[in-house]
Write a protein that binds this ligand. Sequence first.
Ligand code: NDP
Length: 338
Amino acid sequence: MATMNRRIVLASRPHGEPTPAHFRLEEARVPSPRPGEVLLRTRWLSLDPYMRGRMSAAKSYVAPVGIGEPMTGGTVSEVVRSDHPDFAAGTLVSAFGGWQDFSVSDGTGLRKVDPALAPPTTALGILGMPGMTAYTGLLNIGRPRPGETVAVAAAAGPVGSLVGQIARLKGARAVGIAGGPEKCAHLIDDLGFDAAVDHRSDDLPAALAAACPDGIDVYFENVGGAVFEAVLPLLNDFSRIPVCGLVSGYNATEPPPGPDRAPALMRAILTKRLQLQGFIVWDFASQIDEFEAAVGGWLREARVRYREDIVEGLENAPEAFIGLLKGQNFGKLIVRVA
Ligand code: NDP
């Protein structure tokens, strides 16, 4: 077995868009598990927008990555050495191994991945954290009813693509917003969305209005910014807005130009009786078994689909992550590490 552990550490904190210089590839000795622990070899690493927040020192819902520390991240890893009764060597697990070849764990948070049930990478996407985000945010906060219109942005990504598909399974009309004609065609042709709107089109408000003739009853917020401004006038009375992510602003260094939008937003919340609720997926941790049973079942019955964007090699993770924040990924972004 390898004796060295390649790992990508945070070299410095970005102001604005991250560049490769904010990361550093290092080699360290493979860590030694202590009694009761397992040694994990990373097979696949998940890249997710929230990692931009971990690079920043700003106060958030979890602590940032320290300078010189490996970037954190969800992984599908193989147990290569075990002193833990529940995880024999050879077992595949979903873990929080980070951007590195090897990690150790005392078993907390590990979940076994059965490759006979679904491809292991789905544990990082449709059957993992992004899938659970879509399922719990939409059903607990969005609560779509048959005949309603559900709009979602970043719709070709792992969260948005499942939001739209579940909306349709619940009898609602799904409108996806995505960047570029190829992603929009994928929403309609492969995922069964009722309509798709390119957020880079010349007149986004008009294009979105045309795609939502009855207004919007549920807006699953993934991006914020110009997309939210196009959505706001279309929201119907009593619409529900799960606020999941604001990726358009993750690299922002100053507020958007123009007038303060907060008064208009507060007025819309009042007069239209909007229900906005922010959430973090683990607020619904108790629903993980229900989520796995429901989405796992739909996947086996081919009632939901997913798309992956697999990048080869740990050393290519920084560039792939930088691209994720600009929409260069097409589907769930995963790095094949070993
Ligand atoms: P994606 O794989 O969909 O990647 C993000 C996508 O955002 C890009 O591909 C791009 O798609 C889109 N995007 C980036 N910039 C803009 C912009 N300026 N305007 C419009 N779209 C933009 O990511 P995920 O599915 O993993 O995550 C989606 C959202 O959910 C993120 O905001 C993420 O932070 C959030 N999230 C929140 C969780 C929670 O617990 N609250 C948990 C997991 C995710 P395109 O090419 O279509 O523009």
